[in-house]
Structures are given as C-alpha cells and as structure tokens.
Design a protein around this ligand. Structure first.
Ligand SMILES: Cc1ncc(COP(=O)(O)O)c(C=O)c1O
Length: 447
C-alpha cells in the first residue's frame, strides 16, 4: 500500500529523554550537538540515539526507526554486521594499538587494491577529510605543481575550506573551485597547470560523462585526477563509481562504507604516484591502530563476496525506493523529486518548510530520513522498501492535510537546492551552464 490518502493514527512519540540529553549536553558541548547533527528542532526530530541493529536504530526515548541516515551514509551493509563487528572485537582483544605497524595493515592494503582494482598502493587514515587532504598533498609532491582544481565537498580541512570560489580571479589562489562546470575546468587547466583535479561525483545529479570529461581534460593537461569516492564508494558496486564511467583515477579516496561505520579511510593509486608520499609528511599516531583496518578488511571481503544477484537486488531496491517516492509525490501533487544515480538518491523539495514537516512526519512514524536530502539505503534494508514507502505515503498525506500541497518544483528550486549543497559556483554564467546540465540529466522540462 503506497498510494492513497489514508490517515492512520500516529503513535505518540514524545522526545522527552532526547530533550533532557540535549539540555545536559548543552552544558558541556557548544550548541548541544554539532550544528550539522542538529537536523531540526530537538523537540520535533530526534537528535540523541542509544543503539542500532540491522537496518534499524533507537533514539534516547527508545523509539524505533528504519534508519536511512545510516551514519551519514557510512553504514552501507547494516548496523551490527556480525562479520565486521567480530573482526573489530578480535582486534580489540588482541591489543588495538601495536608498537609499530600491525600485520593488519598490508592485509587491508592488499584487499583494497584487489577488490577495487584502483591501484597497487594504499595508505589508510581515519576520516574522509584526512584522506582527501593526503591525496592532494601526494599529488602536489608527485607533480611538483601546487594548484588544485576542485568541485564538490571534500571535508572540513583548511586546503578545501580556503579554496578560491571565483574562477575568474586575476590571481586565483592555490585551490580553485570549478563548480562542476566543464568549460570553467577547461579554462582553468589552460591557465594554471595544476597538480590535480579533485572531483566528488554526485551520481544523482551528474551523469557518467561528466566524470569522463574531467578525466580526459585533466589527463590532456598533465594534471592528476583524484576522485573523491568517500560518499559513492562501494554503493554502485565494489569497483566504485569511477569504474562505472570507465575512468581509472590517479588517486582514489575512500571512507564511509569502507568501514561500515568504523572510522577508516584510504587513498589508493599506482606506485608511480603514491611513491611521492615518501617525500612529504603524511602520518599520524593512529595510523597503526588496528580497529579501522580490521573493519575495512572484513567489509572488503563482504563486498567482494556479494553475488551479482545481491548487487542487482540492492540497485533494484534503490530504484524501487526512488520510483515509489516519485509516485507518492505525483499522487499528492507534491513539488518534490527523488533523483537517483548509481547507489545515490537525493530528494529535492520545492519548499523547505514543507520538507521539514515531511521529515518530521516520517520520524513520528518510525522512519529517519536525512534532512540534508541524501537517502542512504543499506544492504540490510533491501527488503524494507515497501515499509519505507508506506510511511512516506502516510507522511506526505499528513503534511498535505496540515500545510496544503507543496508547490510545484521549478528549475529555480533546483538552483536553490544546488546552491544549498554548494554544487554551483559563484560565477553566474558558469552556474547557469551547470544548472542546465543537471536539469537535462533529471529530464525536467526547460523553463
Ligand atoms: C565526498 C566527501 N568527501 C569528503 C568527506 C569528508 O569525510 P569525513 O566527514 O569522514 O571527514 C565527505 C563527508 O561527508 C564527503 O561526502
């Protein structure tokens, strides 16, 4: 049952304990919780959680949810996956911090190279931000060049936070944003002879051709291609998103699903580029800590062992979810669209107030969706799509009754969405071209 406007009674889900935790936390933690983790008013949307299992999670008030936030997309297999947890527990029992390098390190590196086919040398870190920063530093050392051209999100480190967002500046800084615009990339490559082009593919918004074009242009200019697969890695299959495009990056960055929620990230590439690491300082105390390495090896084994049928079933579930959401939106005349790319779905709403009410209504019915619009379906949730859609349908019906319909989506809303997600650059002409590219990719009518 996904269509219709049936109003089923909503269980009362007070967030009393969650609010108490929020107040307690506010006494020692600025803002109560980190701003990005406060998706909404804590009285309306849960912000403290106690435990999770499989595809579900429980908040501080013991309310159960189907969890599509999934640790911001890091939990791809499912919570408490026994093979991963047991590998981590074995590493804890065996002493998690050896004096120097644990044997787990080369084992994880061998698995990563073999499973992804994206290089013959790997280096591990704990976070996506650290790994992308390392990839940029390695690329600079390998090429002897300084400038880096970038698009998409790459974490919180300074090299990225301080990037130049004005591609037409007379003296662009060492890191320049090209805002997913191929023409700007072409011009910047000619003007700056950069060390690398760093791309985060956004599969729900850009097609495979975008990555192919970036790869060709970078190669022709003698720049290295770094593909940031922190978000996309393993979602579209073990070989990664770039492989779908037939692109072999010089450096690939992985995190999130690499550890199914345990903190581990990696840079990998061929020795010709990775060897530059010996000339620079990219190292830290916890490089030799075993838990992330154990988790990564166990996850890689699971990804490699997945059958074609399992892979197909997961992709079909992602498709079923996006199609189902779009059917519900169409039935109610809701100005919203679920955009699907390989392994990645994002929801665009015409009205943010309406979107917030929708996410609250889902949460009240036991479904956690990320207010920042990514839908992170786990392998463990492949059989839960009908249940998810039933909740989404009830939530859309309830919000339509409460607020009236969500206004029709237009290209202006798409522009606002892309701006909010920092996809569009500051330059008007450039932003116009990218908006047009995404519009065409989504198959929306020209305004
Ligand atoms: C594409 C991409 N790169 C880098 C990062 C940063 O990773 P982390 O938050 O683990 O530092 C993220 C995080 O969401 C990401 O999505």
């Amino acid at each position: 049952m996904i269509e219709g406007t049936q109003q089923t009674p909503v269980p009362d889900r007070p967030l009393t304990e969650g609010l108490a935790w929020f107040e307690r936390s506010s006494r020692t933690v600025v803002g109560g919780v980190k701003r990005m983790n406060l998706l909404d008013d804590p009285a309306e949307f849960p912000c403290f959680f106690t435990h999770s299992a499989g595809g579900r999670t429980w908040d501080a008030d013991s309310h159960e949810y189907i969890d599509l936030i999934a640790g911001k997309g890091s939990v791809l297999i499912g919570h408490t996956e026994p093979a991963v947890d047991e590998a981590v527990i074995a590493a804890i029992r065996g002493g998690s911090m050896p004096p120097l390098t644990p044997t787990d390190y080369p084992v994880a590196a061998e698995r990563l190279c073999a499973v992804t086919g994206m290089g013959n040398r790997a280096k591990f870190f704990r976070t996506g931000s650290c790994a992308v920063t390392a990839a940029v530093r390695i690329a600079r050392a390998a090429t002897g060049r300084q400038t880096v051209l970038t698009c998409g999100y790459h974490g919180w480190h300074d090299w990225f936070a301080e990037r130049d967002k004005n591609p037409r500046a007379e003296a662009p800084g060492p890191v320049v944003e090209f805002g997913y615009d191929v023409q700007t990339l072409r011009e910047l490559l000619a003007a700056t002879s950069p060390a690398a082009v760093v791309v985060t593919p956004e599969p729900a918004l850009f097609d495979l051709d975008f990555l192919r074009q970036c790869a060709e242009l970078a190669r022709a200019a003698g720049a290295l291609l770094i593909v940031d697969e922190v978000k996309t890695g393993f979602r579209a299959g073990p070989l990664g998103y770039a492989a779908l495009a037939g692109v072999r990056p010089d450096l690939t960055v992985l995190a999130k699903a690499l550890g199914n929620g345990y903190p581990v990230s990696a840079v990998l590439g061929d020795v010709a580029v990775m060897a530059a690491e010996t000339e620079i300082h990219v190292s830290g105390t916890y490089e030799t800590e075993r838990l992330g390495l154990a988790a990564a090896t166990a996850c890689l084994d699971l990804y490699a062992a997945r059958t074609e049928a399992e892979h197909t079933a997961y992709q079909a579930a992602c498709q079923q979810l996006a199609d189902g959401l779009n059917r519900i939106f169409a039935t109610h005349g809701t100005g919203a669209h679920a955009c699907l790319g390989p392994g990645n779905t994002q929801i665009i709403f015409a009205d943010q107030e309406w979107a917030t009410a929708f996410y609250r209504a889902c949460a009240r019915r036991g479904l956690l969706l990320y207010c920042f619009d990514d839908v992170n379906l786990m392998f463990a949730q492949t059989g839960m799509v009908e249940a998810i859609l039933d909740i989404a349908a009830a939530a859309v019906a309830a919000v339509t009754t409460q607020l009236g319909g969500c206004p029709p989506l237009t290209v202006d809303h798409l522009a606002a969405y892309l701006n909010r997600h920092r996809v569009l650059g500051k330059d008007q002409q450039q932003a116009g071209r990218v908006l047009e590219r995404v519009r065409a990719r989504l198959g929306w009518a020209r305004p």
